[in-house]
Design a protein around this ligand. Structure first.
Ligand code: B12
Ligand code: SF4
Ligand code: SF4
Length: 361
């Protein structure tokens, strides 16, 4: 069995997985205590899968599972962001990793099928009731850092995680120990104070979370977004384990989009190019992206003519939320109300909000 485990690892490496480890379909108690207490306190972030029973009992999810193969793909790429005014996090700039990962998982299953008769399997990436970072730490891929992300000594934390549950025994790997030591760089560099308690992410203030929440945000949340169009990397950029790591490995994950605010706002909902729709940021809809771009204009105080022009255009958008934020930005930047009087004369929604108690008639 040991030899087979090694050969399988080698084959999975050959098809491009950067990290490979094996563990049992049972969670290590010390790594899930925090999850359980947050669940009991009703303090789990949104976007955590609702099937808590399966999260805590992986056999509930895949009853026949004997081994969990945990896999990692590096997404660290060179980024040229000179001409950007809005921020797009690294993980969402290339092709949607769910798709890239799933293609590779299919290849992995084809390999496993050559080794076993009657192989049964299920694979997952991100959106299943699976604590992926906990499995990854158990399978020796790295450790969960104070920024709550899985860090590997060679590849850093810019890695995606996925798993294959199989009905066969493999030689399991040993859990990696935590190597954060006395470092607090991620905590100190978080712009929103969301990591003030190490290993505990306060999703209510986390910029990454707020850029993904739909609809109207409150004033405090709007400020916390800063200039982010999508996601946040500040607790990773600074991490000593993310310096001098391998890069530009998977061509599918090569950055294709940029955080250029006026360009983003000049698209309408239907005219976003396919390469935008095919990234991991599209899952909350392009209106959420445009809402964040409008909030960014306010936060970075962009007063140039090109911003004014695009705000006027957005005041006529079909979506009330986009019109609301276009109006809010227009007022916040002190552009002349005179120019938009006609556009907003018949507006009901933004008037109702009475955004800054300004008279718009
Ligand atoms: C919900 C979610 C989010 C939420 C909440 C994040 C969070 N930390 O919980 C939001 C939207 C904020 C988010 C943001 C991001 N996410 Co996300 N997210 C998830 C998701 C779907 C579930 C995570 C989860 O279960 N959270 C529940 C909370 C309670 O658990 P936790 O904070 O992770 O806490 C664990 C540890 O901190 C540990 N722990 C707690 N205390 C202590 C103390 C000690 C001493 C130790 C050792 C451990 C420890 O215990 C907890 C688990 O029991 C996973 C995919 C998955 N199914 O696992 C992806 C996932 C975690 N996200 C991912 C990514 C890439 C991101 C972003 C980097 C994206 C971006 N650039 O904006 C940010 C990073 C923000 C951050 N610092 O975590 C990757 C991370 C890969 C990696 N290397 O770790 C994942 C694994 C997706 C994937 N398949 O690749 N995400
Ligand atoms: S993603 Fe950004 S806001 Fe969230 S914890 Fe990390 S640095 Fe803080
Ligand atoms: S910045 Fe320091 S404390 Fe934070 S995850 Fe990296 S090593 Fe750990």
């Amino acid at each position: 069995m040991d030899n087979k485990s090694e050969i399988i690892k080698k084959k999975l490496k050959e098809i491009g997985f950067d990290l490979i480890g094996f563990t049992k379909p049972k969670l290590n108690q010390s790594l899930i205590n925090n999850f359980i207490s947050r669940y009991e306190d009703n303090d789990l972030p949104p976007f955590v899968h609702h099937d808590i029973e399966s999260i805590l009992n992986p056999k509930n999810l895949v009853p026949y599972a004997k081994t969990v193969i945990v896999l990692g793909l590096s997404y660290n790429w060179d980024i040229n962001d000179n001409d950007e005014d809005g921020y797009i996090s690294y993980y969402s700039r290339g092709e949607d990793y769910h798709k890239v990962f799933k293609r590779k998982l299919k290849e992995a299953v084809a390999i496993l099928n050559k080794f076993y008769d009657e192989l049964k399997y299920e694979y997952f990436v991100d959106n299943a009731p699976v604590l992926e970072k906990v499995f990854a730490q158990q399978a020796g891929l790295g450790w969960i850092g104070k920024n709550t992300l899985l860090i590997n000594e060679k590849y850093g934390s810019y890695i995606f995680l996925g798993e294959i549950f199989i009905n066969k025994e493999l030689k399991i790997d040993t859990k990696k120990e935590n190597k954060c030591g006395s470092c607090t760089a991620c905590i100190d560099n978080c712009p929103t104070g969301s990591l003030n308690t190490p290993y505990y992410l306060n999703y209510r203030t986390c910029r990454s979370n707020l850029t993904q929440v739909k609809g109207k945000l409150n004033e405090k949340q709007e400020k916390l977004i800063g200039n982010s169009i999508w996601g946040c990397d500040k607790c990773q950029d600074i991490c000593p384990y993310n310096q001098d790591i391998p890069k530009n490995i998977h061509k599918e994950l090569k950055p294709k989009i940029k955080g250029n605010i006026t360009k983003i706002l000049n698209y309408n909902k239907k005219s976003f190019p396919d390469f935008w729709l095919n990234t991991a940021l599209s899952w909350r809809g392009m209106r959420t992206i445009q809402r964040n771009a409008l909030i960014s204009i306010i936060n970075i105080n962009k007063k140039e003519e090109k911003y004014k022009k695009v705000l006027i255009k957005k005041l006529k958008d079909n979506s009330p939320i986009i019109r609301y934020y276009a109006y809010k930005a227009y007022i916040a930047l002190d552009f002349k109300l005179e120019n938009i009087k006609e556009i907003i004369r018949n507006e009901t929604e933004i008037k109702l909000e009475n955004i800054l108690n300004k008279e718009v008639k």
